[in-house]
Design a protein around this ligand. Structure first.
Ligand SMILES: *Cc1c(COP(=O)(O)O)cnc(C)c1O
Length: 490
């Protein structure tokens, strides 16, 4: 099977439209548009019929993999199923067709929705104020770090450094550096948690904040969080939580109760809005009372029966995005929370944890487990056993595509050699988890008997191994005569 580019389909003169005859006088094009803006007549557009067009693009869409196509256990990314009712809500004409420059009087419904979403996130996070503005997790981190700076500056000294464990997501040090801080890396202990002695050594009066992910990126709960919080607060520093892993905590515990001062939420992960294609996201931040004056403007307030945007916050770090963020994502997250309620959210987290532990147990011994015991919403294996046969985590993830699964995250977190990080999420049935585990076990057997088949995977995809960095940064979207020869199914 080869997938022909649309340019190689159809025939001259074929078209996918039919228009009525023109009923106004025809005018020469060069009487309307100056000649230097006209091309020489040949523009090389595909000439295809409607059915060819539809088949071509439907076909292409099926080459893609999405949550609606199958199991997508990409660790740290929370690729849960996104309920379609969210889309129905986002499509309501009063929401979809509203405009950010519409008057407050005509925007009361949208403002109410955002006001209530802020309230839900405060409740879920155990925090006092929320800004919905940041457009992604990393953007929330930056906003949070700017709040850290503003807070310390208001106390007379912005301080110099931010401490971050070596297991952290790469966006954490990047965000702190963008906010002008030096990064100090805290080594993890051998059981995969923050090394308390290392932390104590690094915390001093130059320390502005500590950024933690809890549960951390290995899927383990930082059980000494109260002690960590005390050490940090005693030094006058702030405790920031990367809340991208909140899927493990909903209505079980709250960042605010653990002593965190700032948290970002990934609405597009935990609260089920489509993500993964680089489309709009949402990374609101929540903070404790003493940091409330500094969060981005506007926040949504209520006076009497009326909702309004509050820009009058003199200590705010300002705006970090147009208006109040990505409204469509906010509508989806709001719908998701309203539909599940507190009881449903708790079940989300309990099932997410159960599913991860189920996989952990079934694959134990077949793949090396760097950390024993219970995990939270994701489990991390290492392809250490397989590496001895010359097969890498990377190869195993590619081979999983032949079995019909999206690969898990590999080579992250960096502290685990040959990491394979699996986050099943709560939306998967036991049969799916079993099929996935069966595939992982079958691949481990192949590594023993026929490692080449794993090393050369995938075998069933149209494209095989792309250059992971360049394929995104320099996509080749131009038609080339021989393109159909380069994308062939082997
Ligand atoms: C996804 C993720 C982020 C970044 O979120 P984006 O919305 O992709 O910017 C940060 N930290 C962790 C732990 C994550 O999983």
């Amino acid at each position: 099977m080869s997938i022909k580019p649309i340019f190689e389909k159809g025939a001259p003169g074929r078209k996918a439209y039919s228009l009525p005859d023109i009923d106004v006088p025809e005018v020469e094009i060069n009487k309307l548009i100056p000649s230097q803006f006209l091309n020489d007549g040949f523009i090389n557009l595909p000439e295809v019929s409607e059915v060819e067009l539809i088949r071509h693009f439907t076909r292409l869409s099926q080459l893609n993999f999405g949550v609606d196509m199958g199991f997508y256990p990409l660790g740290s990314c929370t690729m849960k199923y996104n309920p379609k009712v969210n889309e129905e809500a986002a499509k309501l004409s009063g929401l979809m067709n509203s405009h950010p420059l519409q008057s407050e009087n005509l925007s009361q419904g949208a403002l109410k929705l955002m006001y209530e979403l802020e309230a839900f996130l405060k409740e879920i996070g155990g925090l006092d104020s929320v800004s919905l503005q940041p457009a992604a997790g990393a953007h929330g981190e930056l906003a949070g770090m700017l709040v850290v700076r503003a807070y310390h500056e208001a106390n007379g000294n912005p301080r110099k450094k931010v401490l971050i464990p070596d297991s952290a997501h790469g966006t954490n040090p990047a965000s702190a550096a963008l906010a002008g801080y030096d990064i100090v890396v805290i080594k993890s202990s051998k059981d995969g948690l923050v090394d308390i002695d290392e932390l104590k050594r690094a915390v001093d009066t130059d320390c502005a904040a500590v950024m933690l992910t809890n549960p951390n990126t290995i899927g383990l709960f930082e059980k000494d969080i109260f002690f960590i919080s005390k050490v940090i607060h005693d030094a006058g520093a702030l405790l920031y939580m990367d809340g991208a892993n909140l899927n493990a905590l909903l209505d079980i515990t709250r960042p605010g109760d653990m002593g965190f001062d700032i948290v970002h939420f990934n609405l597009h992960k935990t609260f089920s809005t489509p993500h993964g294609g680089g489309g709009p996201g949402s990374g609101p931040i929540g903070v404790v009372e003493k940091l409330s004056p500094f969060i981005p403007v506007p926040i949504i307030e209520k006076g009497g029966d009326k909702y309004y945007l509050d820009y009058n916050r003199p200590h705010s770090i300002g705006s970090i995005h147009g208006f109040y963020g990505n409204f469509g994502v906010l509508v989806r997250a709001y719908t998701y929370i309203r539909r599940l309620g507190a009881k449903g959210l708790k079940e989300v987290s309990r099932n997410a944890i159960l599913n991860a532990n189920y996989i952990k147990k079934r694959l134990e011994g077949i793949y090396y487990l760097p950390n024993q015991g219970m995990c939270m919403h994701e489990c991390v294996f290492s392809a250490k056993f397989q590496k001895a046969k010359g097969v890498h985590a990377w190869d195993i993830s590619k081979r999983l595509q032949d079995y019909g699964f999206h690969p898990p995250t590999v080579n992250f977190p960096l502290i685990v050699d040959e990491a394979i990080m699996i986050e099943p999420t709560e939306t998967e049935a036991r049969e799916t988890l079993d099929k996935f585990c069966d595939a992982m076990i079958a691949i481990a057997k192949e590594v023993e008997t026929d490692p080449e088949i794993v090393k050369n995977a995938p075998h069933t995809r149209v494209v095989k191994r792309l250059d992971e960095a360049q394929a995104v940064k320099k996509p080749n979207l131009r038609w080339q005569k021989n393109l159909s020869n380069t994308i062939k199914n082997p």
